[in-house]
Design a protein around this ligand. Structure first.
Ligand code: FNR
Length: 182
């Protein structure tokens, strides 16, 4: 049976460079893996008052059910103000609750940070890593995946060069090794 992997992109904008990189990454999984984009832009801001059995938003339930089904999570995200975009942090929070039903628990993760700048989303990558420690997600350590100067590596069709594909493949190969250990 194929293993489903949730692919979560931290940017909501249509032309997102992070999503373009994610589109390149999903084609690099072995055939027995099924990467699937899980969208986060429709999730209401997390609020414990509405997260009750009577009031829970349908979007929270749908998102949590999608996470329940997957063997791992690949995060591809930009950096906002040296941290994780609010939409992604919100999705992390929604998936982690209600208390005792952390949907992220035990699922191996990989983080790819993306930026048009030279610092490559380092702050976002590591702030996200901090949350994943608390959520108990074994997270790919090496190779680290910081994609900087992203506008230089994407062509007009959103594809990267063969050289960059080699690097992206090394990330996916290491992530698959991690997934196979769980
Ligand atoms: C940014 N950007 C940005 N870039 C960066 O490298 N470090 C940062 O701290 C920030 N901060 C930041 C805050 C906010 C609110 C925005 C909107 C943008 C620039 C960002 O990297 C750029 O807009 C990317 O194109 C966003 O990623 P996507 O949407 O292309 O995936």
């Amino acid at each position: 049976m194929s293993k489903k992997i949730a692919v979560i992109v931290g940017s909501l904008r249509k032309g997102s460079f992070s999503r373009q990189i994610a589109n390149n990454l999903v084609g690099l999984f072995p055939s027995d893996y099924e990467p699937e984009f899980v969208e986060i832009g429709n999730l209401p801001l997390y609020n414990e008052d509405i997260d009750t059995p009577e009031n829970v938003p349908a979007e929270y339930t749908e998102f949590r059910n999608k996470l329940k089904d997957v063997s791992g999570v690949l995060f591809v995200t930009p950096e906002y103000n040296r941290s994780v975009p609010g939409a992604l942090k919100n999705a992390i929070d929604v998936g982690s609750r209600p208390y005792g039903a952390n949907m992220w628990d035990g699922k191996p993760a990989a983080i790819v940070s993306v930026s048009p700048g030279a610092i490559s989303g380092f702050g976002s990558n590591h702030h996200l890593r901090q949350s994943l420690v608390f959520l108990n997600m074994p997270t790919l350590q090496q190779p680290e995946a910081y994609i900087g100067n992203v506008t230089n590596i994407l062509d007009e069709n959103g594809k990267v060069s063969d050289k960059t594909i080699g690097f992206l493949q090394s990330i996916i190969d290491a992530y698959v090794d991690l997934l196979n250990r769980y």
